[in-house]
Design a protein. Structure first.
Length: 67
């Protein structure tokens, strides 16, 4: 996802909480930044933050297992 698109999503989403259901690689001017963007709210996260969110989601017993 281009950084410009992520910023538009952030503005539209506002300050509401987001569960960050899916991530995509972040690009700025066609180059990878090394970060990831939430496809729902546009939040930019590092690889480590993405891994922590994904691990916490997988450890939640209330969530059905991913296929």
């Amino acid at each position: 996802m281009q950084r410009k698109k992520a910023i538009e999503l952030q503005r539209a989403w506002g300050s509401r909480p987001c569960p960050h259901p899916a991530f995509s690689r972040e690009y700025d001017l066609g180059e990878r930044t090394g970060n990831y963007c939430c496809e729902q709210c546009g939040a930019s996260v590092t690889f480590r933050e993405k891994a922590e969110i994904t691990a916490a989601r997988a450890a939640d017993p209330r969530r059905p297992p991913a296929d």
